[in-house]
Design a protein around this ligand. Structure first.
Ligand code: GAR
Length: 214
């Protein structure tokens, strides 16, 4: 499976994907990393790994749709089959969503549908919830609203700050994002309306690369 990653920043989720490919718990090829930020550390991580790293400047296009058309050109150029948003801080338009229907995943640092959008960890703390976590979902139109593939939950501690909570959630993100991608690679995901069905891995030959299917 050829993955294309879109990232705007630090790229720790991108790194988790690279590490999973290297450890062979994710059976995929990182085909290209694209960023809307020239200075995104994610681009540097891609280069170090030997993956094409492409900066596309949003200022050169008239609107979001036109920008997504130039992204689409790159995704096709690198034969990308699945798009993984990893800290990609731009709204994805119908141009990409229709071209890659049910083939774009995103990771979000809350238990969706709670706290979509920006600063999800701060939203959770401000609301006073006792449990938070992260969600991997397919991307549809509507921010952070697509069918859910995998979630991990963790307790919010009395002493948590936005930073400590974000750091603990990030550990879970790095665990479940490669798992969700591997489920896709194993063709075990089916979208039925809002629900993502995960097929059990019953094949005696094709033992899952997932350490745990739980
Ligand atoms: C991650 O926490 C990711 O869940 C979040 O941005 C961070 C990116 O970190 N994404 C969103 O909030 C998207 N709505 P990274 O660049 O180190 O992977």
């Amino acid at each position: 499976m050829r993955i294309g990653v879109l990232a705007s920043g630090r790229g720790s989720n991108l790194q988790a994907i690279i590490d999973a490919i290297e450890k062979r718990t994710l059976d995929a090829i990182l085909a290209v990393v694209i960023s809307n930020k020239a200075e995104a550390p994610a681009l540097e991580r891609a280069r170090s790994y030997g993956t094409p790293a492409v900066f596309l400047d949003p200022k050169t296009t008239a609107d979001r749709e036109a920008y997504d058309r130039i992204i689409l050109e790159q995704l096709r150029r690198y034969d990308v089959e699945l798009v993984a948003l990893a800290g990609y801080m731009k709204i994805v338009t119908s141009v990409l969503i229709e071209a890659y229907a049910n083939r774009i995943m995103n990771i979000h640092p809350s238990l969706l549908p709670a706290f979509p959008g920006l600063a999800a960890q701060k939203q959770a703390l401000d609301w006073g919830v006792k449990v938070s976590g992260c969600t991997v979902h397919f991307v549809t139109e509507g921010v952070d609203a697509g069918p859910i593939i995998r979630q991990a939950a963790l307790p919010i501690l009395e002493e948590d700050t936005e930073e400590t909570l974000a750091a603990r959630i990030l550990v879970e993100e790095h665990r479940i994002y490669p798992q969700a991608l591997q489920l896709f690679a194993e063709k075990r995901l089916t979208v039925e309306g809002r629900k993502v069905r995960i097929r059990e891995n019953k094949s005696p030959h094709g033992a899952s690369l997932l350490a745990s299917d739980s």
